[in-house]
Design a protein around this ligand. Structure first.
Ligand code: WTA
Length: 605
């Protein structure tokens, strides 16, 4: 077996590798270069790897046949669908929202956009109509690609219906492309909605790749922040390609011929970078799974590993914890001998889950890479290299070569010593980094580049041990990480406050055995309104405005929220109460009314 060693194909070489400043910020990698990422993910592999599987797709239902798409086959399908897009008026620079289940056509749709220089914005299939609507409007996407429905576990999710609801008042949407996955009946608006399969019949098989400048936008991915609506993180063509490729081959030590399975959803950044672009740029065989880890039972991942002889498994701590809770019966008869490397992403992996994975899945012979990164970083930033650099349970360990980290204290000063905690920042640009937030550059500057001078602020707290190993301790801002999904507390509060009878609310995270973090809502409502009915309304409102993933795990009715004299909610105290750290509430003297806190503690659930 071999490492992948072909050079990228570029139409024109760069004039300058990097120009940058973090004050505006303005970051340009490989200025002057021209390329198309799909040529590097597809065409480039055809001479030698045309018949190697590029994507293996495992359906939700284990009795349905799996699909294997060779590089040749994927190339053809991407070109054909790219022509469908073109035939329907999609042009370079247009935004295309994609709202689909985990099927190969989702990857094909994204790559087809990239082929013609359209900007894709993939929306996770669990988001509500309102969330779709917000994103379609923010990106001003005139085109949407969706499915009739999606299978996830025992559920059949009506995606097209949700899209219809999302865009009912958005007259600027010109076309909706519908792929039939579940064959459930859907409404098709004449002139606007077209069937994927019908359009495909009319499309040419050959589609030359659009020439893109290095810094042209490749995609927008919306992600939650500490304030307001989700922001559109912008990634550009060349830098993102280089970073996902470099990190994929090095972190996993990918060898040609290995089957690699990332369990993430393509609706999140992990799927973008490590199901689609990174692996395909490396000529890898990337396995994608339509369903959930517990369907039809908690042995499904292990069945997939055995069935497809998976060598590398990249998954999330929340999945591991949930499978752990189901017990070893689901693991014991499974043949996991093909596994060579395991990976974790999305949230801190606790030691118990790490050891469970190491022992029961990796049989103490597979290195575990704990990879820290973010939507904004495009690719992995801190991780051990599988089998090459040391691993340490619950530590992401060391920055990848090229990544310049620093820890800062609350005054913004860099802490240089070993064995310290601080806020994690990055001092120097890397090719995969966020370039802007779509249509709102100031928001990008404010969020990431204004807290500390000349540094990108990650929003994470971090500890560095005596050896210089990094351990991420979690978000220090108002972003929650629920089952590895990023959710802004402000978004949840807005959804709660939109319910009739609610006066105000404050949402914080608390440790949750399976999800990592659970959502704890303190809610003030009009007098005598504390009913289960209102509780239901809150859940319905959150599901409607964000999606079911953001429903609070706990709702506590309170008379008042602890506020400072200037009216700011003291979340620190609410967090401590939710975490049950009642003896350690810290200074409450700056509160307008310290008695509020006692009241909240008394009625804690
Ligand atoms: C958290 C996911 C600890 C972190 C790729 C970060 C992690 C947020 C790890 C980004 C890890 C991600 N250890 N925490 N290995 N990986 N995180 O944008 O808080 O969905 O800021 O990107 O997840 O989440 P996002």
């Amino acid at each position: 077996m071999d490492r992948y060693s072909q050079p990228f194909c570029v139409e024109k070489k760069w004039n300058q590798v990097l120009e940058w400043n973090f004050t505006e910020p303005n970051i340009k990698w490989f200025s002057g270069a021209q390329l198309n990422i799909t040529e590097n993910c597809l065409d480039r592999h055809l001479p030698e790897r045309a018949h190697v599987p590029a994507l293996i797709w495992e359906p939700n239902n284990p009795h349905e046949s799996f699909r294997s798409l060779s590089y040749q086959n994927l190339f053809e399908q991407v070109c054909r669908f790219a022509n469908v897009l073109k035939n329907n008026g999609v042009k370079k620079g247009d935004r295309v929202c994609i709202y689909m289940g985990m099927i190969p056509e989702l990857s094909i749709a994204a790559l087809a956009c990239a082929r013609i220089g359209a900007i894709h914005s993939i929306i996770f299939g669990g988001f509500s109509a309102r969330s779709i609507s917000d994103r379609v409007q923010d990106a001003h996407a005139e085109f949407i690609i969706t499915c009739d429905g999606a299978y996830r576990g025992a559920k059949d999710i009506p995606l097209k219906k949700t899209v219809d609801e999302a865009i009912q008042n958005l007259a600027f949407v010109k076309k909706v492309f519908v792929y039939q996955r579940t064959n459930s009946p859907v409404f098709m608006q004449k002139g606007r909605d077209v069937w994927w399969s019908e359009e495909l019949k009319k499309a040419d098989a050959i589609c030359p790749a659009e020439t893109m400048n290095a810094e042209d936008i490749l995609f927008i991915l919306y992600t939650s922040g500490s304030t307001g609506k989700p922001k559109g993180v912008v990634h550009t063509c060349a830098g993102y390609m280089v970073w996902t490729h470099y990190t994929f081959v090095n972190v996993f030590q990918y060898q040609i011929g290995q089957t690699y399975f990332c369990t993430a959803d393509i609706g999140w950044i992990t799927g973008h970078s490590y199901i689609v672009y990174g692996p395909l740029s490396a000529g890898a065989t990337s396995l994608m799974f339509e369903g959930i880890p517990t369907y039809p039972d908690a042995g499904r991942f292990w069945d997939i590993v055995a069935k497809h002889q998976v060598h590398i498994l990249y998954t999330a701590p929340t999945a591991i914890r949930s499978l752990m809770a189901h017990g070893l019966d689901f693991v014991k008869d499974k043949n996991l001998s093909s596994l060579q490397v395991l990976g974790s992403v999305g949230e801190p992996i606790n030691e118990e889950a790490w050891h469970w994975l190491y022992k029961n899945i990796g049989k103490e012979k597979c290195p575990i890479v704990d990879t820290w990164w973010q939507t904004e970083t495009g690719g992995i930033m801190i991780s051990n290299l599988a089998g090459i650099t040391p691993q340490k349970p619950s530590y992401a360990t060391l920055p990848l070569p090229g990544v310049q980290l620093c820890l800062v204290d609350e005054n913004g000063n860099e802490i240089k010593e070993a064995h310290v905690s601080g806020n994690l920042c990055i001092k120097f640009p890397w090719p995969g980094m966020i370039r802007t937030t779509y249509n709102d550059h100031e928001r990008c500057r404010q969020t990431y580049f204004s807290t500390y001078k000349n540094a990108y602020f990650t929003g994470d707290g971090c500890l560095r041990d005596e050896q210089g190993f990094y351990r991420i301790t979690g978000r220090v801002d108002d972003v929650l990480n629920v089952s590895g999904h990023r959710i802004g507390t402000a978004e949840v509060e807005n959804a709660i406050n939109a319910c009739k009878g609610i006066i105000e609310s404050a949402v914080v995270g608390y440790p949750h055995e399976i999800k990592g973090q659970g959502i704890y809502a303190y809610v003030v409502c009009e007098e005598n309104h504390e009913t289960t009915e209102l509780q239901k309304n809150i859940h319905a409102s959150v599901s409607e405005m964000i999606g079911a993933i953001a429903k609070p795990d706990k709702i506590q009715w309170v008379k008042n929220l602890p506020k400072t004299r200037s009216g700011k909610i003291m979340r620190r105290i609410l967090r401590k109460i939710a975490e049950n750290e009642l003896s350690n509430l810290g200074d409450t003297s700056t509160l307008l009314d310290p008695a509020v806190v006692d009241d909240i503690i008394k009625t804690k659930i």
